[in-house]
Design a protein around this ligand. Sequence first.
Ligand code: MN
Length: 146
Amino acid sequence: MSLKEYQRKRSFHRTSEPKGEVKMSEGNIYVVQKHAATHLHYDLRLEMDGVLKSWAVPKEPPLTVGVRRLAVQVEDHPVEYANFEGTIPEGEYGAGTVEIWDRGTYKLIDRKEDKLIVEINGNKLKGVYVLVRFKDQKNWLFFKKK
Ligand code: MN
C-alpha cells in the first residue's frame, strides 16, 4: 500500500491538504466529502490497510435501497484526509471546495477482490452497503442493500 500516487498529484506547498503517511494501525473511519471541483461529486472514503480507500461518486450517495450509483475508484488518500475541509487552490489537482458531507464509522462484513460489503454508521448513510467492481477495475457500483 502506498500514497505515492496521492502525493505525486499534489504540491503540498500550495494546497492545504495533508501529505500524510500510511498508518500502521487499523481503523474504521467512514467519510463522504462533497467536492465542488470542475464537476461536483462526492468522495466516499473507507479506512482500510492504513489508508483511505477512495471512490468518486458523481451523484449523491444512495440514502435508500433501490438507488444504484457509479463509484469511480481513485487513488488511496491518507487517513488524516478524513478531517480535511477547505479550498484547493486554482490550478492544483482537484481545485475547488471540499466539505464533509457525512461521516462516522463502518464495519467490514465481507471483502473480496471485486466486492465489498460494509455496514455504514454515519449521520446520513446508515445500513448495509455494497460496492461491486466492474471488469474494468476502476468503476464500481455502489448501493444500499438494507
Ligand atoms: Mn474529489
